[in-house]
Design a protein around this ligand. Structure first.
Ligand SMILES: [Zn+2]
Ligand SMILES: [Zn+2]
Length: 517
């Protein structure tokens, strides 16, 4: 036995209660009492049910005739009418051909929430049913009664699915669970699109954590039946809230402002601003909380608790820029074995690759600038001159230069440079390698200083000529420490004595005033 489709037939909710009583609820907004439920039975089992408005279909048969064991209870005061039937078996619910309630999407409303609102208002069992009415992810604006275009991708709803598009990539959206501020929802009845972004974890207005679970413990999924209630029946607007951390509030506010600007402004730059922020949170959060080489592949961000951990980690680094970023780089390079820690790529591995990755030029320019500053000022490893990723300045202005280059610039041998570092003449680091060799660096400023000074150093025979004394006399002055060499066998093992011109001039003046020996 079939049922003729009518244009005004409505889908009804069909719930089995523990007493095996089925109850139908006609959605609010249906006027007039002349309609009736039409239920089709097959071998005594109801197979199909629909609410039929007789003005369009006068051939409605009396319900009592069809369901002799049924009992009807109607309340004239409300638009909700219920029919209780003591029946059993599987029921196929007639899908309406046209929605009675067609809400208007509000500006900045999340697409998944709009669909759930439409399906809930029309008492459909799931937003998926909208697909049978010709609703598709790409024709939402046309199906909704004007208003704004809902925001964000749609997932898990079959034909209604739609991709995130190229404005905000899908990895930044929480597609499985819905997350919201109960107080905002109670006040505005409006599901903000920013709540759909995986890094919005707090409400900056009410300073509370966003909620993604019902008090019954269930995750709030987009496949539930009603936007404002959990599958357990609890009104989610009444769920209790917890205060959020300052960092979570600050970061969520930043994302919310960038998000609102992006939804209202169709220009590329508005979307870029939001995406850049989300990319930075992702990268910094991943390197603080993540582990291993694949730390950038953050998982479970649909879980608000996990997302909060990532956002707070990134927020702490961004909130104390660049010192906190430098500390993060210190931590990341500290775990690298010493034989590898001398080269930028090996010492910083994943974070270095990520911030110089293709396509991240704009989003990470701030990170790269600070990274290069760190390499120039704090890092004691080497920067190859041919490193094309780092700016020219990082190599040419790197404060720590390899010992071999420093020795070459000074015209010294490597052991002499190491001794000068050990004696404190030059600032530097000597790093022993597992192979038994050493890797040393010297401070650029000190090397330049010594180089400049060296030009004015004079050897022992020049000193003798200047002071008009013999070599034996000069050595006597050295023994009495009145003549101090800056380099030589007793100072740093160098084969030739050298003296500062200024010291020798000073000595000449004192010798003149002394009586000749
Ligand atoms: Zn709020
Ligand atoms: Zn619940």
């Amino acid at each position: 036995m079939g049922l003729r489709r009518t244009t005004r037939s409505l889908c009804v909710q069909w719930n089995w209660t523990p007493q095996c009583v089925a109850s139908f609820t006609v959605p609010s907004g249906v006027h007039g009492d002349t309609g009736a439920f039409r239920i089709c039975f097959r071998e005594g089992i109801p197979t199909r049910a629909a609410y039929v408005v007789p003005s369009r279909n006068s051939a409605v048969e009396s319900l009592a005739h069809r369901t002799p064991r049924g009992r009807r209870s109607r309340s004239r005061a409300s638009h909700q009418r219920q029919l209780l039937l003591k029946i059993g078996g599987d029921v196929v619910i007639e899908v309406p051909t046209k929605l009675l309630v067609r809400p208007v999407a509000r500006s900045g409303e999340l697409a998944q929430a709009v669909l759930l609102r439409v399906s809930g208002d029309n008492a459909l069992s799931s937003p998926r049913s909208l697909a049978t009415l010709g609703w598709r992810g790409d024709n939402l604006a046309e199906r909704l009664n004007g208003g704004s275009i809902p925001i964000g991708p749609i997932n898990g709803l079959g034909l209604l699915n739609r991709s995130a598009g190229n404005r905000v990539p899908s990895r930044f959206w929480t597609l499985r669970r819905s997350r919201f501020c109960p107080i905002c929802l109670q006040e505005t009845l409006f599901w903000k699109a920013e709540w759909g972004l995986c890094f919005t974890v707090a409400c900056p207005i009410h300073r509370v954590k966003l909620v993604d679970r019902c008090s019954c413990g269930k995750e709030l999924r987009w496949t539930r039946q009603n936007l404002h209630s959990c599958t357990c029946g609890e009104d989610i607007r009444c769920l209790s809230t917890e205060p959020a951390s300052k960092t979570a509030i600050y970061m969520s506010a930043e994302i919310q402002i960038a998000g609102e600007a992006c939804w209202s402004d169709p220009s590329v730059s508005a979307a870029d601003h939001l995406c850049d922020l989300l990319h930075r949170v992702w990268l910094l959060g991943a390197h603080v909380v993540g582990t291993g080489v694949k730390r950038k592949q953050l998982s479970d961000l649909h879980d608000c608790r996990r997302a909060t951990e990532v956002v707070e980690a990134a927020g702490r680094v961004l909130g104390h820029w660049p010192e906190a970023f430098f500390e993060l780089l210190d931590d990341l390079s500290a775990g690298i074995p010493p034989d590898k820690s001398n080269r930028v790529a090996a010492a910083f591995g994943p974070v270095y690759r990520d911030i110089y990755a293709k396509g991240t030029w704009r989003a990470f320019s701030m990170l790269r600038e600070s990274f290069e500053q760190y390499v120039r000022l704090r890092w004691t490893g080497q920067v190859a001159k041919r490193n094309r990723r780092l700016g020219d300045e990082a190599a040419t202005e790197h404060v720590w230069i390899p010992a071999t280059r420093a020795a070459k610039e000074l015209g010294w041998r490597a052991p002499r440079l190491r001794r000068a570092i050990a004696a404190g003449i030059l600032r530097g680091h000597v790093r022993p390698l597992p192979s038994g060799r050493t890797m040393s660096v010297a401070h650029r400023e000190d090397v330049d200083h010594v180089k400049k000074e060296q030009l004015q150093w004079i050897d022992l025979s020049t000193v003798c000529r200047f002071l008009r004394i013999g070599k034996r006399h000069a050595k006597g002055l050295m023994q009495s420490t009145r003549l101090r060499p800056v380099t030589g066998p007793s100072v740093d093992g160098s084969s030739v004595w050298r003296f500062r011109q200024i010291d020798v001039t000073e000595l000449a003046r004192t010798l003149k005033t002394e009586p000749a020996v």
